[in-house]
Design a protein around this ligand. Structure first.
Ligand SMILES: *Cc1c(COP(=O)(O)O)cnc(C)c1O
Length: 359
């Protein structure tokens, strides 16, 4: 039985994307066509995240985007505001420390979106930060943060925003420029349903200026975003590009645009999942701010969640997720994002859950 992947990344990868990855390898440094293909791929990302600022695609999974943002923007001794109400939000602090920044945490409830008024009150007292980090969709808890309000607020205090939108880009509308986001980053393996292995990010002019005017050098090479400066004009890449991964990603982006109803479908299917799960008798982990890409269900007292997931896989061929860190054993997650977000797939998943619950 082929396994039905319903995890919040990696997601199902269509055959045409897999075929694109099997195409003949060319030399991406010498072949001028590849520069055009890379540029076209970046332009499609710009269109999805609605930015006119530069977009880069890096050869490394989503975490490379987080690290590159921190490595390129943070200088030793910089105080960085780490807005944290989930596992990825808190994890940003570790990257800040890795590059000798000083993380200052604004912490929120894991089950609620960041409280705008509380954040504003915090900033009124202390806004001595060049940069703030935050997460749009906290995938482990299925929660969305109001970046459309937070990022413009940070800007009013002169703070640049770095936003992890790995599990929301192409599933939930994002207006990078309108919301004044300085660095927005995503990954290939979530809502865009390409293979894992690429991260992509937008860099505002303000973020570029900060990188250009640092007192200290950027540490590292792969995570240094300035090595890309002028790549297109110079027809030059800082290192040999992962041709197959870019072919696949380019195809996945074309699939997104050919569909035309992706965001609408995410909203509809997510709503259905939430309603059905509640009618099964479960509670949702977030109290509000539900993500349309991933639903986190509370594991009821006494339920063997690992056993439940094993049965989903072994008896129904459907792979769903648990969570990790402080949420391990506490939530079950359905990833209805990207090509997982399909009426039939969602049906199969919900039916199988009901069958296991004897409903
Ligand atoms: C998936 C994801 C990443 C990438 O991290 P992995 O754990 O390596 O998959 C980063 N941030 C968020 C919010 C994600 O959902």
């Amino acid at each position: 039985m082929t396994q039905l992947l319903m995890t919040p990344g990696p997601t199902f990868v269509r055959e045409n994307v897999r075929q694109a990855m099997a195409e003949q390898i060319i030399n991406p440094d010498i072949d001028m066509d590849f520069y055009e293909l890379y540029k076209e791929t970046c332009q499609m990302v710009q269109k999805i995240i609605r930015t006119k600022e530069e977009v880069l695609i890096l050869d490394g999974e989503g975490i490379l985007g987080l690290e590159a943002a921190c490595a390129s923007l943070i200088e030793p001794g910089d105080r960085v505001l780490v807005i944290s109400n989930g596992i990825f939000g808190a994890g940003f602090g570790d990257f800040v420390e890795m590059y000798d920044g000083i993380p200052v945490y604004f912490e929120g409830d894991f089950r609620e979106p960041i409280d705008i008024e509380a954040l504003e009150a915090f900033l009124e007292k202390d806004s001595d930060f060049k940069i703030a980090t935050l997460v749009h969709c906290e995938t482990p808890s299925g929660l969305i943060n109001p970046i459309e309000t937070i990022c413009p607020m940070l800007k009013r205090y002169g703070i640049l925003s770095v936003v992890d939108a790995v599990s929301s880009i192409a599933g939930i509308p994002i207006e990078t420029d309108k919301w004044e986001i300085d660095l927005l980053l995503g990954g290939s393996q979530k809502c865009l349903s390409a293979a894992p292995g690429l991260t992509f990010l937008s860099v505002s002019r303000a973020a570029k200026a900060l990188m250009a005017n640092r007192d200290s050098k950027i540490r590292g090479f792969y995570a240094n975003l300035t090595i890309w400066d002028g790549w297109y004009d110079k027809r030059w890449f800082p290192y040999t590009q992962p041709v197959s991964a870019i072919y696949g990603f380019n195809r996945a982006l074309k699939n997104y645009f050919a569909d035309g109803r992706v965001l609408e479908r995410h909203a509809n299917q997510a709503k259905r999942v939430r309603e059905e799960v509640l009618s099964m008798g479960f509670d949702l982990y977030p109290k509000s701010g539900f993500s349309d890409t991933c639903t986190a269900i509370m594991v009821p007292e006494g339920m063997d969640e690992k056993g439940f997931r094993d049965k989903m896989l072994n008896e129904h061929g459907i792979l769903i997720s648990g969570a990790f860190g402080p949420l391990e054993g506490k939530v079950i997650r359905i990833g209805h994002m990207g090509d997982n977000c399909d009426g039939d797939k969602v049906d199969r998943t919900l039916k199988a859950m009901r069958a296991l619950l004897g409903q």
